[in-house]
Design a protein. Sequence first.
Lengths: 427, 631
Amino acid sequence: MAELNIQRKSFASAVRANVREYIVTYVFLALSILFVIFSGRPLSDIFSQLMGRMSRNLFIVLALIIPIIAGMGINFAITIGAMAAQVGMMLAINWQLEGMTGLLAAAGITLPLAALFGFLIGSLLNKMKGQETIGSLILGYFANGAYQLLFLFIFGKIIPLSDRVTIIGATGVANTLNMMGGGMYMALDSLISIPFTTALYGVSALITAAAIILYVLKKMSLKQLSILVGSSVFFSLLVLLVPSVHQIVKGTSVPLVTFLLVAVLCVFNVIIMRTRLGQKFRAVGQSRSVANASGINVNRTRVIAIMISTVLAGWGQIIFIQNLGTLQTYAAHEMVGLYAGAAILVGGASLNRATNTQAIVGCLLFHLLFTVSQDAGKTLFGDANIGEFFRVFVAYGVIAVALVMYAWKGGKKAKPLTAREVQAKTK
Amino acid sequence: MKHTRMQWTTSILLAVLALSLLAVSIWGFARRGGTETGETMLRMRNYAVLRTASGAIVNELTLQAKVDARDYGRANNFSRNQISAYMEEQGAIARAAAEEKYYKTDGLDRAELSAAVESLELSLSDYSRLEAKEKTAYAETWRESQAVLAAQAAVQETVGAEGEGLSEEAMLAESGDEVDYSGFVPSQELSALADSLTPAYDTMYNVLALTLPDLRPETRDELREPLLSVVQGGDSSFAVEYDRYASKGADGLFIGEEKTRMTITRQAGNIAVLAAAALIMALTVFYYRPLKRSLGMPRLVITLFFLLLCVMAALYNINVPGMLSTVLWRTGMYGVLALAMLPGIQSGISLNMGMTVGIVAGLISTLVALEMNMTGWGAFFFSVVGGIVLAVPIGLLYGKLLNRLKGSEMTVSTYVGFSFVSLFCIAWMLLPFKNPKLTWALGSGLRTMHNMGDSFGQILDEFMSFNVLGVHVPTGLLLFFLLCCLLMWLFSRSKPGIAMIAAGANHRFAEAAGVNVNRMRIIGTTISTVIAAVGIIVYSQSFGFMQLYNGPKQMGFVAASAILIGGATVSRAKVSHVIIGTFLFQGVLALGIQVANAAISEGGLSEVMRILISNGIILYALTQSGGDTRG
């Protein structure tokens, strides 16, 4: 009896701890469900739109993980990576490159540019340790000025460009660059596009097989195996056997290659943490002074973290733009940092801890709310604009709450002991 | 004070350059009044008159040749392209021949011509003066009507969630636009004067016809307008007159040295400006180290940039009094907002980017005043008092929050400010304001922009305002700003003020001295919030529009940049930093808009400049804050 009580107690306290840890996520989940109900839109519609949003946004959200682990907070300067990608895309359009060639060329240009920018960002953030979040935000704004200078007054004037990207009589690069004609629109997404159901069964089968192999090789515990296999089977059966669920996902197709890239990035994030470099990231993230004492070059490690993040964000932006089909030259990068940062925090990440799962869950919830907020705003308040404002508020609000909670905890921990407490302890 | 050899050489070279430029410029100015120059100018004028008349003949002949060519082509069954090519060719040949024949200088020194032009100028003077007066009046009404149109367009703009409201730069640039004189109607008096010119003009035309025998009497009326505009008369300055003649090709008259001499005479003013610039450079190089020490690198750079813009403004002939008026106006407009940063920094919460919570309080109280159709001083004071009343509790709560977050106040306050602004984006849609002036005609919610013209727009600006040498001084606005500064200064001398600054400078020391640091931080935050509320009211009345929705989002950044440019750091600031910083920052922006517009007639550059300066200075301050000691 007593044993059962202890178990029950520990279970209850585990739930309580979990809720306390992921309060933002749960509140968001409740809010999203509420909004889905009030939006009054068919679920299949929401689902297919959500899949589209996931395919184009998830990559960038995953790019935020490494700097968080390296203790640099949310790297809002990923906007600069997005800018590098836009330079690449603009040049690809300018050179009339088509389809995947164009995308690969853009990605190729992004790599050195974003790496260079990442190096500069990292070096600057090293001069403002402890203020990286705000520093990277303002750095993003600053870079936006430089970007406008480049695109308005240098491209097309000092560096000649063709009239595919400029407008005669106007200054600089055109406001909107259309990629529908050039074949870059959905070039990546449409490589292999299969129905969601097929994709789900395939992925479930793969996961089950991989999990069993890993279990046989003794790389995985029975608990992990049962969770993975159980959830794969559960979701597959859910779709297969329950007609209403099948109805929701039936019409949605999945850009396989895009999600494959996302999966590769997830694996990359896991594997890099097992390398020496990943160990350094973790060590620096936990304590700079300890890391320094154990012979790690703290500044260099932090610069590398930011460089990787910036390059990944650039590639993520390419995925984003090819999915949209038009490049809003002066606006496409502005919200990248805000939305990605809010998404990962919604998933339950904090300023010093983040995982792939948190990024994926966060992206899913955040964009679910995005998809339905306008319609929900219309139903609840009779004005779609309110839904629009609400989602911007949610983005900022989530970040503010996460920052407050983090600083609150940190403040409690860092509070120096008062003289009386020290006395009490020594006694 | 030790100077390196490099400094000595550079500054001496620059000083020599400045002195020689100054000498050249003085020589140029002196020559302007000289008889020799006067004679040259008369020759230039005669040439310009002749050239205008002969230009008409040349054009006529060219046209004739083209018509002939077309007829010839048609007669010989040329294709369309061939005809146009042939026309171009024949036209060019005819033009060259006519220019050879008529663009000559032999009739230039005829006494009759000089006398005729002179007498025309005399009778023109009255006309020109009156015309200039009437045109100025017309331009003023035109600009006003344009401003009203712009305001209406702005108010009608639809709400966009991501729209940052109307760009203020865009609105300010409106006033610099070229005036469209197509609607100008001369008064009766002016028309009468114009008629009285006819005899003098006819005499001149006849003299011209003597020199140019091919000048037909039929073109007399046609040429009247261009010829009168060359002679003009009135009180135009040397440079204006010179440019007028030169545009007719009269500067082609000079050969060899005379060209250099006349160019120097014409450019004397600009050379003087360059001399001043060289002198400033010399002084900067010479006193580089003490300057850098006392101003700090960024302020030194910004000050030099400001001076550079002044030089460019002078070179581009930008209207100096108008510019100074703008700088004064903008300083007062943003000053109080920048002042809101001061107590935040002093009490140790670093840059209070969350001052937008105070701004929202100010906006709400102004909206209440507008809702009740209040006007004038009553509305202004009601808004200010209401804003303060609202801001105090908000500031207290906000200060309490910040006390829990020591070390990362700036990060948190930025996002708290952002979320507060976006929360109020929703609130503006839902708050129960009923006045049709405030709400959208269709649908619900408050408008994005509110014209303050019929409530208390510019009430401070116009209070005791006056013009000195063309500079419009917004006395009330500046007085109010300085009054706020004085109050803050007095507070910083008072006992709680000293305690607050001590708490911000070194909280351990202050705690040891018995100061309640947390309480002081709350006081600082509250004062900052209150000043922000007052600041946005002052800003709105001065700007003439109140911006809701995303309008206030970037205000914290503008204020932070201003105080940092003034020389503050994230942990130390004085009242003087606010005044100097606002003046420099707004000066650079105001000048930058005008110079950028004059230099490359494209908008947008000034906005880019604002983004770079504003965020650059904040980044610099962050790198200086020595991040390692915090967080």
